[in-house]
Design a protein around this ligand. Structure first.
Ligand SMILES: Cc1ncc(COP(=O)(O)O)c(C=O)c1O
Length: 450
């Protein structure tokens, strides 16, 4: 086995390396620039996963790298706990201009922490304890975020979680209204488009109406734009296309330009004041590295790059090309249920359709195979064609595509062609099962080599 993979298996994540060995997916990636990634054998890949949507400005953006080199060379103070940080102040002001009227930022080091900050903020501002969240939601993996995780596989090993968290179906206003009725919920936390749930869209007008229902119930409307934010869906924030406005907006992932870990939880002055406005509350939220200068400088430069390079508009244009290209090439495919997306946030749902003998006569089997192997297998075949993508973590039958927003027309074209070729080989489950079992046999013979 590759020595780094071996060390990783021994000291970091044994199960991941074993899992990669099932199909022989193993690669050791060592370098990344813009939409391209290289492995240790010198092979080049187009990155249509982009750190699960955290590389919006492209890998190793030279302008960001230069800015951070300058910053490090300047011997600036990185962690300032005993006074205002000039870099946190600059970044918070820039975010406030983008997310008006949300004008105060709580900084953190990840999406999960930023969600945690949102939950605490809502509790503290409303003096209520409960939360409402959606089936299929993904908000992170710390205990707070897990309490509002809409997927059993990911939450069960850690239960019992926070009390008073109530789950409602995503997109269902009647159920949301019922959950809000006791007026005990501090916040309703929702993704504008569910990412890990499988690039799932709510019905038209859902977010606007949900905001209205929350307002009437005295519950804060909290939007998690960790994955959809910062241009991913062809708008700076996804909610802007929905004409709604959150009380709390959660950002992370691509905010740090894929180099610096940073999360931001934005809110109004009024809500922040209720939660943390008095002098005995100034330090109730924060961590040692939250708002550190390095991450704030990275985030500020990332916002500038997004604006200067018109990346939000590129996301809309290239996203349209990707979506239309896939829709046209996959139309009528018996195992493609839907191609959906907005901007560069696209999902291909695999599974039983209404055409084909197997779909009609062995539907449960086709469904099961699509759920358990098809997405993973398609991702492997794409990798072998030099394209990185992955299924959604709650729904393995949805292959999601979310490249850096710098992606060009020819690269989108290449990916559409490759997806069409890969899925074109599997017009039914029989060839899929044949190829999968053939590969399992080979991997078994090789001792499940990474
Ligand atoms: C919508 C959403 N919220 C929160 C998170 C958690 O972010 P992090 O992995 O940075 O903790 C994720 C991660 O995928 C996410 O997609």
């Amino acid at each position: 086995m590759n020595p780094s993979a071996e060390k990783f298996a021994r000291h970091v994540n044994p199960a991941l390396v074993r899992l990669l060995g099932v199909f022989g997916y193993g690669r050791v990636f060592i370098r990344a620039r813009d939409v391209w990634v290289w492995d240790d054998q010198g092979r080049r890949y187009l990155d249509f996963l982009a750190g699960f949507g955290s590389v919006n400005i492209g890998h190793s953006h030279p302008r960001l790298v230069r800015r951070l080199q300058e910053f490090l060379a300047s011997e600036a103070m990185n962690v300032t706990h005993i006074g205002p940080s000039i870099h946190a102040a600059e970044l918070a002001e820039a975010l406030a201009m983008l997310a008006h009227p949300l004008e105060i930022a709580l900084f953190s080091n990840s999406g999960s922490e930023a969600v945690e900050a949102g939950l605490k903020l809502a509790r503290s501002a409303t003096s209520r304890t409960e939360f409402i969240y959606c089936q299929g939601a993904f908000h992170g993996t710390n205990l707070g975020a897990l309490s509002v995780m809409g997927d059993e596989r990911m939450r069960r090993p850690f239960e019992p979680l926070l009390e008073g968290c109530r789950r409602v179906p995503f997109g269902d206003l009647a159920e949301l209204e019922k959950a809000l009725a006791p007026r005990r919920a501090a916040g309703f936390l929702v993704e504008p488009i569910q990412g890990e749930g499988g690039v799932v869209f709510p019905p038209e007008g859902y977010l606007r109406e949900a905001q209205e229902l929350c307002l009437r119930a005295g519950t804060l409307f909290i939007l998690d734009e960790v994955q959809t934010g910062l241009g991913r869906t062809g708008a700076m924030f996804s909610y802007q296309a929905e004409e709604c406005a959150p009380d709390i907006l959660i950002l992370a992932k691509s905010l740090g330009g894929s180099i610096a870990p940073i999360g931001a939880t934005l809110t109004t002055r009024k809500i922040h004041h209720k939660a943390y406005g008095s002098m005995d509350r100034f330090d109730l939220h924060g961590t040692t590295f939250s708002g550190n200068a390095f991450s704030c400088v990275a985030a500020l430069e990332t916002l500038r790059i997004l604006a200067d390079e018109n990346l939000v508009a590129n996301s809309a244009a290239r996203g349209k090309q990707l979506l239309e290209g896939l829709k046209s090439r996959l139309a009528g495919h018996p195992l493609v249920r839907e191609v959906r997306g907005r901007g560069l946030f696209v999902g291909i749902e695999l599974g039983a359709t209404d055409s084909g003998w197997m779909n009609k006569h062995a539907r449960p089997l086709v469904k099961k195979i699509s759920k358990s192997v098809f997405g993973q297998w398609a991702a492997l075949k794409m990798l072998e064609k030099g394209i990185i993508c992955q299924p959604a973590s709650h729904n393995w039958n949805v292959l999601r595509l979310e490249p850096p927003l710098t992606v060009k027309e020819a690269e989108v074209h290449q990916v559409v062609d490759s997806v069409a070729e890969v899925l074109g080989e599997y017009q039914g489950v029989a060839p899929l099962l044949k190829d999968v079992t053939g590969r399992l046999g080979k991997q078994f013979a090789k001792g499940w080599a990474f």
